[in-house]
Design a protein around this ligand. Structure first.
Ligand code: ZN
Ligand code: ZN
Length: 792
């Protein structure tokens, strides 16, 4: 008898589950609904801004199967971070329902990034019988725009830029049909009720007729299209047309900077490029980034590669991530050049009016649509390095994914602490910014260089947008103390909240630590272009030791003169002369070398010499990026940089083929250098390099020795740091680590000698990742000062 009573009471159990993670805008409610119905449970599911709440009632065994399956069967883009259980009184509901969303509490569950078109939707797009045939805005619960269309959370259609499109009868049916992959899809739309394309000519007049046919014709005629995508406008043209690419470069004032291409599908990538498993996985992933790939020789018969990526062995490649992009390809056109829709040096345009106003001078045809982009988000870029996919620009497809971060142990255990929301401003170059809210980090999309008022306005609106989604304002701001950073100057003048300054290279180190959840002290090998150091000079080639709170500079490159400062960054031949000047035994030798290396700049030697001799003011710099610039110029690889880091990139490209070919590498084949106190002196390297160069030693051999010299310097510097501190954990950070050969040899050597070596993976090694490091340093310093260990 007792057993029967027990069973009856058990059969009336009800639990409330609170789920956190990426659980809104990812088909989580339909997924849970189906599961509840499958197990015959009643109750409800509801989006709240802070989490998703599920209440289920029914047989306890079935309920436990339900929760097991919930954890096990949740698939990308759903990400469950935590579920809390709580028993509540049974209510005797008759069915399971999806309740209206409720706004309450601070939002901990952010919306997901934009997701590339899923195979199911792609199939419908291509099926002539489907009502979605050739419809450029097809999406479902598993794919489509998210971050770029959301105004606020909870994530419902009414809080997106789809709000103005009311569902037609057919869409409403699919939305309500539990068996359909558009069941509760907030971005559902069809040709009858959804967004539409408008085609304009460059006078702004609407082009009549079939937009798709007209677009195809424009591409066939070598015209340039401005196309509104997910996170902004692209400028695109037929990648097979040298003429079109040349017009695009001239109109966009983009002489040499490589252009990315979009291939019709993955097969078109695989047939023409060398693609590793890691690269294939990245390209086909729902984030659909641009991936740097080496083309097979036969591609040069199809595409003018030298016009697409001058001087480079690899090309940025992606596949269509929206139905609209996919539709632009034809049987003849399998590759499109795709570049951001902006005028030179400006942020990418994402509003129709601005596109009409500004892109008309570049594009022959403008392809607009009436689904507003709420927030711009550029394409992401990455490469395979040391066996993993490494993001060099983290943006569309990855933002606004939250990141769990290492917290001070005493803080992590103490749940009562009132966390300050913190904003880290990032660098003025390749800017992104980072919020930490309730102990979780949100790294922003790529904002770009903050040179113009437009750039800073874009940065501000991106900050406002994330603050709006987080429903929080910063109580602490972290900045880089570089005196010329506009963002730092402004915040120091206007901030109402406490400020924390974090030096550039410390932030780099912390960024790599944060990515790998490292809490203990590390050795940081920081190689980048330029950053402001605490001794008022420019840094960029250092071995640091430390943690999030403090650091020490153990060793660094002996500074050299950067003749004319910024001018030398654009003209690496000037930096080349500076390196020759330091290494030469006499002024005569300097002149002789300079004339040999820079015959076309003979007339400038006297001017540069007076800068080098200190007669004209020029900063001194200790930077790996600038060192590689100078060597690139000396070796006649690149004398003038038309884009940031071009000379160093071209130099590293020399090693790209070698990187693919060689198995194990011996770095003892290198140039000499010496260590004086805590400085590397490289005059010996430059001297021997000049000897090799004069004796016509092959370029690859010289560049290989340069790379081995740098790797050897770093390995030796790391040993020194270890001997002083006992630390054996090493992080490699700074933009120079995008150099795959250098990363590989350095990591190989350090690992062989027993170090744990960490490189960037999810966060850029360059300045695009710096905000995360700043944020961590800020938070740990705050904790250090405000919450002592053991406090309650
Ligand atoms: Zn889909
Ligand atoms: Zn419809």
């Amino acid at each position: 008898m007792g057993r029967v009573a027990d069973e009856e009471s058990l059969s009336k159990q009800r639990v409330r589950l609170k789920v956190q993670g990426v659980v809104q805008g990812v088909g989580f409610r339909p997924f849970v609904y189906r599961l509840a119905v499958k197990y015959g449970l009643t109750g409800f599911i509801q989006n709240c801004s802070s989490q998703v709440i599920i209440e289920v009632e029914g047989d306890p065994n079935l309920m436990s199967s339900f929760t097991d399956k919930l954890m096990m069967e949740a698939r990308f883009p759903i990400r469950i971070d935590s579920i809390s259980h709580e028993k509540v009184d049974p209510k005797g509901n008759e069915e399971f329902v999806i309740s209206m969303s409720r706004e309450e509490g601070p939002p901990a569950s952010m919306i997901p990034p934009d997701i590339s078109t899923c195979p199911h939707c792609m199939e419908e797009l291509r099926t002539s019988k489907s009502r979605y045939y050739n419809y450029p805005f097809i999406s479902c619960t598993h794919c489509g725009p998210r971050f770029s269309v959301v105004l606020q959370i909870p994530y419902d259609r009414s809080s997106t830029s789809m709000a103005s499109f009311s569902l037609c009868v057919s869409c409403q049916k699919e939305y309500e049909n539990m068996q359909d992959h558009r069941f509760h899809a907030q971005t559902i739309a069809c040709p009858v009720c959804g967004p539409q394309v408008t085609l304009l000519n460059h006078d702004g007049d609407t082009l009549s007729g079939d937009w798709l046919k007209n677009s195809h014709q424009a591409l066939q005629k070598d015209q340039i299209l401005a196309v509104k995508g997910v996170g902004g406008f692209h400028l695109l043209c037929n990648a097979a047309s040298r003429q079109a690419i040349s017009s695009l470069r001239i109109r966009k004032k983009r002489a040499h900077k490589p252009l990315a291409i979009m291939a019709k599908d993955f097969e078109s990538v695989q047939s023409q490029f060398y693609v590793s498993e890691v690269e294939a996985e990245a390209i086909k992933s729902p984030s659909a980034p641009i991936v740097l790939l080496a083309p097979k020789p036969e591609l040069s018969r199809l595409l003018p590669l030298e016009s697409i990526a001058p001087g480079l062995h690899r090309i940025g490649v992606m596949i269509p991530y929206t139905p609209l992009h996919y539709l632009l390809f034809t049987d003849e056109i399998h590759y499109l050049v795709v570049t951001s829709g902006n005028t030179s040096g400006m942020p990418t345009i994402y509003r129709n009016e601005e596109a009409i106003h500004q892109l008309r001078s570049i594009a022959d045809v403008l392809l607009l649509h009436d689904r507003d982009i709420v927030m711009g988000c550029d394409d992401s870029v990455g490469q395979e390095s040391v066996g993993v996919f490494q993001l060099m620009r983290r943006s569309r497809g990855y933002v606004p994914d939250s990141m769990t971060i290492p917290l001070p142990s005493h803080l992590q255990e103490n749940r009562d602490i009132d966390w300050p929301t913190l904003l880290a401003l990032g660098s003025d170059m390749k800017n992104s910014f980072c919020y930490i809210h309730q102990g979780i980090a949100y790294l922003s999309q790529h904002i770009g260089d903050l040179n113009t008022l437009e750039d800073r306005t874009y940065q501000q609106s991106a900050q406002d947008h994330i603050q709006n989604l987080l429903e929080a304002t910063p109580a602490l701001i972290v900045y880089d103390p570089h005196p010329n950073y506009i963002s730092s100057q402004n915040v120091q003048k206007t901030s109402q909240v406490p400020l924390i300054k974090v030096y550039h290279h410390h932030a780099h180190m912390a960024s790599c630590m944060a990515e790998h959840h490292i809490k203990t002290a590390v050795i940081g090998c920081i190689l980048d272009g330029t950053g402001y150091g605490e001794d008022d000079t420019l840094w960029g080639f250092e071995i640091l030791t430390g943690d999030y709170v403090s650091y020490q500079r153990i060793q660094y490159l002996n500074p050299f003169v950067l003749p004319g400062g910024e001018a030398a960054i654009r003209s690496p031949w000037m930096t080349g002369m500076s390196l020759l000047f330091d290494a030469a035994e006499s002024e005569d030798q300097f002149r002789e070398w300079s004339q040999y290396c820079f015959p076309t700049h003979r007339s400038h030697i006297c001017l540069v010499l007076s800068q080098l001799q200190g007669n004209l003011p020029s900063p001194r710099i200790s930077s790996a990026g600038r060192l590689l610039d100078g060597i690139s110029a000396i070796l006649n690889i690149c004398l003038e940089s038309t884009y940031e880091g071009e000379a160093a990139i071209q130099l590293s490209e020399v090693m790209e083929e070698e990187n693919l070919r060689s198995q194990s590498i011996d770095i003892s084949n290198r140039y000499p250098y010496i260590i004086e106190q805590n400085k590397w002196i490289i005059d010996g390297m430059i001297k021997e390099l000049m000897q090799d160069y004069a004796e016509k030693v092959s370029l690859v051999e010289i560049v290989r020795k340069v790379h081995h010299t740098l790797a050897s310097m770093i390995v030796e510097g790391v040993h020194r740091a270890k001997n002083q501190t006992g630390i054996r954990t090493v992080v490699l950070s700074g933009g120079v680590w995008n150099n795959r050969y250098l990363t590989r040899v350095t990591k190989q050597y350090l690992t062989q000698q027993g170090y744990d070596v960490y490189t960037h993976h999810k966060v850029p090694a360059g300045d695009g990742g710096i905000a995360l490091g700043q944020a961590l340093c800020g938070l740990w310093r705050w904790a250090d000062e405000h919450v002592s260990i053991g406090s309650k």
